[in-house]
Write a protein that binds this ligand. Structure first.
Ligand code: NDP
Ligand code: 2IT
Length: 453
């Protein structure tokens, strides 16, 4: 680690104590940017990275609501408005009990670089709450979403800050949030993305993160003259990103064999087919059940419950070619990375945000596999949110083919940026440097143009 990164990280840790995920995200980017600062000291002089690290604004608020028993409940709501150099703040909302300020700051920080890579004019933001939607009735979810938006509405807007979904926030929640925003503002605008198709949503937005991640994997494979055809794929999670990752892997001839939730994972030796995926979609999106039910229905699969005592995740310990982590941060540790490499995995495309620890990333880079970091590989979701914003502004919807073609072109462009920039800065094949530097340059130049604000 260079002296510059050491000093920067000491400052970041002193100023932002107890935010380990935020420190991790900053450290990874700072390491890559050392290569830029050697050639462009002007960015260092202007303290561009130091400014990106400091959110432009953080909003923290009380979310009081009344549950079905008439008991008052209190959650904490957040919106991190991280950087608006290249467009309005843009990024998802996460509802999960693990949500803290540090988690949302890491996500908002990553979002700045990711959104820049998409080629669309979007700044970076993220928000959410420590609210746990699991097992709650639609009515409770609606009450919570209304309470959350009763404060958030005064801070967001179609040209200011445009939230979307993330863990625990899907089409249902976006609907309730949008309804409350519209009631309070008396305005029908594109203030949220991931909206329903009948009221301003875009075709392909639900599919976009998973589809985009698989398109990115296909691009990476293309650099070695290969395709997904016949490739055995490990997928974690079973939510929005995981489901459409499986769907696109199947479209491109691959063989997905795993899915998971926080209780455990299933391994289906025969492969997860379109029919089995339809069962999972109904299980997760309609009945809101646990992935364990899969093995009751399909006898070719085995279920392994999560064992917190293990120092590795057995999901990542199967013979395979590709891995698509699509659940949450730090789900691939150093041990998991070693297991993946030993089992023959040579493509890792991150659907989740920062699913690999710093130690794990180092092992992937040392092994020179095709490792696509989340900032690049999962950018298809927010890119398609950008396409939803464009359609809302025009008040004209595009067809499925139009949006899917644009998504594919954007993923190809992000891939090309990563490859070109990594080579230009002396680390060919290193998609981490390619994504971090490629995302940084556009934001940095915009900040240089706009002065110290
Ligand atoms: P969902 O809420 O739809 O699904 C999340 C899945 O991950 C569930 O299967 C969930 O299991 C599992 N999961 C969540 N937290 C944990 C945890 N702490 N430990 C183990 N499993 C966990 O979310 P998404 O699919 O939308 O998001 C998945 C990942 O993709 C996240 O990292 C998100 O930030 C990222 N992402 C999402 C985008 C989007 O457009 N939605 C865009 C880009 C990235 P359980 O039900 O048991 O909690
Ligand atoms: O992490 C992400 O990129 C998202 N959750 C999607 C954000 C968005 O605004 O669509």
């Amino acid at each position: 680690m260079s002296q510059y990164v050491k000093d920067l990280m000491a400052d970041v840790k002193a100023k932002n104590p107890a935010q380990p995920e935020f420190h991790q995200a900053v450290e990874e980017v700072a390491e890559s940017l050392s290569l830029v600062f050697e050639r462009h000291p002007e960015y260092r002089t202007a303290k561009i990275l130091e400014r990106i690290i400091e959110p432009e604004r953080i909003i923290v608020f009380r979310v009081p609501w009344v549950d079905d028993q008439g008991e008052v409940q209190i959650n904490r709501g957040y919106r991190i408005e991280m950087n608006s150099a290249i467009g309005p703040y843009k990024g998802g909302l996460r509802f999960h009990p693990s949500v803290t300020l540090g988690i949302l700051k890491f996500l908002a920080f990553e979002q700045v670089f990711k959104n820049s890579l998409t080629t669309l004019p979007m700044g970076g933001g993220k928000g959410g709450s420590d609210f746990d939607p699991k097992g709650k009735s639609d009515l409770k979810i609606m009450r919570f979403c209304q309470a959350f938006m009763s404060e958030l509405f005064r801070h967001i807007g179609p040209d200011t800050d445009v939230p979307a979904g993330d863990i625990g926030v899907g089409g249902r929640e976006i609907g309730y949030l949008f309804g409350q925003y519209k009631k309070l503002r008396n305005e029908f605008t594109g203030v949220l993305t991931g909206k329903g198709l009948n009221w301003g949503g875009s075709l392909i937005r639900p599919e976009a993160t998973g589809y985009g991640c698989v398109y990115f994997a296909a691009e990476m494979l293309g650099t070695r003259g290969q395709t997904l055809e016949g490739k055995k794929c490990l997928v974690s999670g079973s939510g929005n990103v995981a489901q459409y990752t499986v769907e696109k892997i199947l479209d491109l001839g691959g063989k997905p064999v795993t899915l998971s939730d926080s209780n455990g994972y299933i391994y289906d030796e025969a492969g997860i087919t379109k029919e089995k995926l339809a069962f999972v979609m109904d299980l997760k999106n309609v009945r809101r059940g646990r992935i364990e039910e899969y093995v009751g229905k399909f006898k070719t699969a085995v279920y392994t419950p999560t064992d917190p005592k293990l120092d590795y995740n057995p999901l990542w310990n199967h013979k395979a070619d590709c891995a698509f982590p699509s659940a949450t941060q730090n789900e691939i540790t150093g041990n998991d990375a070693t297991n993946l490499l030993r089992n023959g995995v040579f493509v890792v495309a991150e659907g989740a945000n920062m699913p690999t620890t710093i130690d794990g990333v180092k092992r992937f880079l040392d092994a020179r596999i095709l490792y696509g970091p989340g900032k690049a590989a999962n950018a298809g979701g927010v890119a398609t949110s950008g396409l939803e914003m464009a359609q809302n502004s025009m008040r004209l919807p595009w067809s499925r083919e139009e949006v899917d073609n644009r998504l594919r072109m954007i993923m190809q462009s992000i891939h090309k940026t990563c490859v070109d920039v990594a080579a230009r800065f002396g680390t060919p094949g290193n998609y981490v440097n390619g994504a971090n530097i490629g995302g940084f340059l556009k934001v940095a130049d915009a900040m240089m143009d706009q002065g110290v604000v």
